[in-house]
Design a protein around this ligand. Structure first.
Ligand code: G1P
Length: 276
């Protein structure tokens, strides 16, 4: 039977150390981009890709995310009372089911995803890392992965060719180009210090088979003493097929000042063009 992907996990429990000091009080997922927080772009990408249920993994300091996606009766009443009805559309909650789970201690991306085991149950699911924001070309980045999943019915990872000097910041794969930007992946290394297996870096979007959980459950600590998602993918690869796709949408890493400002510039120039 053909499997489809309707669930997505957004891990948003990290400390955001790259963006200190602001992340002491403002979660990086709430950084504003033309009036909307970063995580709204991620939720919109999921919705536009056909996802129906989202689980956001949060931590103690991320309550702002829950408040943001909740209904605001106070604003609704105020806008009604003051006749500012045209603003009501700005505070509508996203048309998707969002659940939350708390991660008590940030001990790695793999550990955060493992908290989604009950949510995923026996279904394949997507993962969207909220640091990586993709501005869509023709279609949202996640949809490109879902199209590949539809054909191959196994794990799919978003890839991007990255300058050699920067590969040490990413998961890097070894794969064979099988057709039009699609790769079969044979190996993966998290943040290689030397001899990266290629210049193809993992770029923040994944589709997993639920069997990934059996590898995550082993809880092995990897780079930085954290339970790395990449290490479980490495184990998974030995048993099941895994594909990569170089997505056509442009990625902005909002964990860096440069990525964040470039994204804002791009979104603002797009909205100016639309207004013209
Ligand atoms: C994480 C992953 C890494 C991936 C990257 C993409 O790293 O562990 O494999 O390449 O996201 O942004 P982080 O950026 O959280 O250090």
């Amino acid at each position: 039977m053909m499997k489809t992907v309707k669930k997505a996990i957004i891990p948003a429990a990290g400390y955001g150390t790259r963006s200190l000091p602001i992340t002491k009080v403002v979660p990086k997922e709430m950084f504003p981009i033309a009036g909307k927080p970063a995580i709204q772009y991620i939720v919109e990408e999921a919705i536009e890709s056909g996802i129906e249920e989202i689980l956001i993994v949060v931590s103690r300091t991320k309550n702002m995310i829950l408040d943001y996606f909740d209904r605001s009766l106070e604003y609704e009443a105020f806008l009604e009372k003051t006749g500012k009805h045209h603003l009501l559309k700005k505070i509508v909650e996203p048309a998707i089911s969002i659940q939350y789970i708390r991660q008590p201690f940030a001990d790695g991306l793999g550990a955060a995803i493992l908290l989604g085991k009950g949510f995923a149950n026996k279904d394949p699911f997507a993962v969207l890392l909220p640091d990586d924001i993709f501005l869509k070309n023709d279609q949202p980045a996640l949809r490109e992965l879902l199209d590949v999943y539809k054909n191959y019915q196994s794990t799919v990872i978003a890839l991007e060719k990255v300058n050699e000097k920067l590969l040490k910041n990413y998961g890097v794969v070894k794969g064979i180009d099988i057709k039009d930007n699609i790769y079969e992946i044979y190996d993966i290394v998290e943040k290689p210090r030397s001899n990266p297996p290629s210049n193809l870096a993992v770029s923040g979007r994944y589709i997993f088979e639920p069997s990934i959980f059996s590898h995550l459950e082993k809880g092995h600590k990897g780079v930085g003493g954290e339970v790395q998602l990449t290490d479980s993918i490495k184990e998974f690869l030995k048993l099941e097929k895994c594909y990569g796709v170089e997505v056509s949408s442009k990625r902005y890493d909002i964990g860096t000042e440069e990525g964040y400002f470039k994204l804002i510039q791009k979104v603002m120039s797009k909205s100016e063009q639309e207004d013209e």
